[in-house]
Design a protein. Structure first.
Ligand code: PLP
Length: 410
């Protein structure tokens, strides 16, 4: 397997060679990664060579486009080791995948009085839909808290899973704030023991951890292409086929039907019954290139490299006594995402000073206000790594921090 040569890899991403980005240190990869040229070229190639609508045309151009679109579906199924491509639904993003599930599960699998468990680590995308459905349909929503070391409180989870009528557990495979990786295997095992389904939010883990949905035995798994070098506008919902078959459609219209009469409609098979209307065809087609790109580098190599950067960044941050790191101490329990706070300097001010230094980081509540509330902080500054980041980037952060402290007389 090839080792990661970040300087070489960086050259595969056109954004870094643009004059205006000469000085850019991009450390907001948890929000979205950059795109390699192969992905950008694939979008261009689709529009220039294959552009047509899918599933409908009885002409070569459309058949080729359909095959390319369905080819990505097959590739996704192999990438996450699903049993078949029929278990892969394309959506717009992780948020839409979770909403699709929240609406359709609430329609026919969850009853009033049932319990849904989520956690304090969740992005709003994996919290607000469940909270809203709980209010609408009368479910009881329970939230597993985090411990002081930023790991999930498994003792509390154990208490909650023993409550009556637990039907669903919704948990993230990696936190977008602390990088925390919960013990997903244990959560799934315990949930299945009490007859509950498990939905795993893989938005953050997908680009950093090997995903094997069969081994994991999750019932549903969701993620976004844009967080793994693919185009915006493509999300995935994986579901076990026997479960997807039981769920009603989410959106209604063209392409999700077998036949329509004035009085009734026969819906298409899974997964197409969940894909109403024209999808983002060129983006789905180009998404395949992003998965191939990851496979060529090797996800284990990627993980090893990014975690070595995370370790070095934590060591550097620790040298600044003003910095409080919001991340599990044991780096094995988290991904390459590092949140931090500095007393009396708002994270927005940190990001502003970093921006002046050419460093792009994220500052705010990271769409996770319940977690911020439980940690007793309004916001954090967040660094998140990808394969094109280098040790030089960490040095630049070190210099930016020194300038920040000088400015704020800290
Ligand atoms: N879940 C997690 C853990 C995330 O980090 C994010 C985005 O940052 C989402 C869900 C939502 O992803 P998207 O905006 O692509 O729908």
């Amino acid at each position: 397997m090839p080792k990661i040569d970040s300087k070489k890899i960086k050259k595969l991403f056109p954004i870094f060679s643009k004059k205006e980005n000469k000085n850019l240190v991009y450390l907001d990869n948890a929000a979205t990664t950059q795109r390699p040229k192969v992905v950008i070229d694939a979008i261009k190639d689709f529009y220039e060579t294959h552009n047509s609508n899918i599933h409908r045309g009885i002409y070569d151009l459309s058949e080729k486009a359909t095959n390319m679109y369905e080819g990505t579906r097959l590739h996704v199924s192999k990438f996450i080791n699903a049993k078949s491509s029929e278990e892969i639904i394309f959506t717009k993003n992780t948020t839409e995948s979770i909403n699709l599930l929240a609406y359709t599960l609430s329609d026919n699998m969850l009853q009033k009085g049932d319990r849904v468990i989520t956690t304090a680590l969740e992005h709003h995308a994996n919290f607000v839909p469940w909270q809203t459905m709980a209010k609408k349909k009368g479910f009881i929503l329970s939230v597993v808290p985090v411990k002081e070391d930023y790991t999930l409180n498994m003792e509390e989870f154990e208490k909650l899973i023993k409550e009556p009528n637990v039907k669903l557990v919704c948990v993230s495979a990696m936190s977008n704030v602390t990088g925390t990786i919960p013990d997903i295997k244990k959560i799934i095992k315990r949930a299945h023991e009490v007859g509950a389904l498990v939905m795993v939010d893989g938005a953050q883990s997908i680009a950093h951890e090997h995903t094997d949905v069969q081994k994991m035995d999750c019932d549903f798994f969701v993620f976004s292409s844009h967080k793994m070098f693919g185009p915006f506008g493509v999300g995935v919902l994986y579901g076990k086929k026997q479960l997807l078959e039981k769920l009603p459609p989410f959106l209604y219209g063209g392409d999700m039907i077998k036949s329509v009469k004035e009085t009734c409609t026969l819906f298409n098979d899974t997964p197409w019954k969940f894909e109403a209307g024209t999808p983002s065809v060129a983006d789905v087609v180009a998404f395949k290139k992003a998965m191939e790109f990851i496979d060529e580098l090797g996800i284990e190599n990627i993980k090893k490299y990014e975690m070595s950067l995370a370790k070095k960044a934590v060591e550097m941050l620790k040298k600044h006594k003003q910095v409080k790191i919001i991340k599990p101490k044991n780096l094995e329990l988290s991904g390459p995402v590092i949140s931090f706070v500095i007393e009396e300097i708002h994270p927005h001010d940190i990001a502003e000073v970093f921006n002046k230094e050419g460093i792009a980081i994220r500052a705010g509540h990271h769409c996770n206000q319940p977690l911020m509330a439980s940690l007793g902080i309004p916001a954090t500054a967040r660094i998140s790594f990808s394969i094109y980041n280098t040790e030089d980037d960490i040095k630049r952060v070190d210099i930016a921090l020194k300038k920040l402290f000088k400015l704020f007389k800290k």
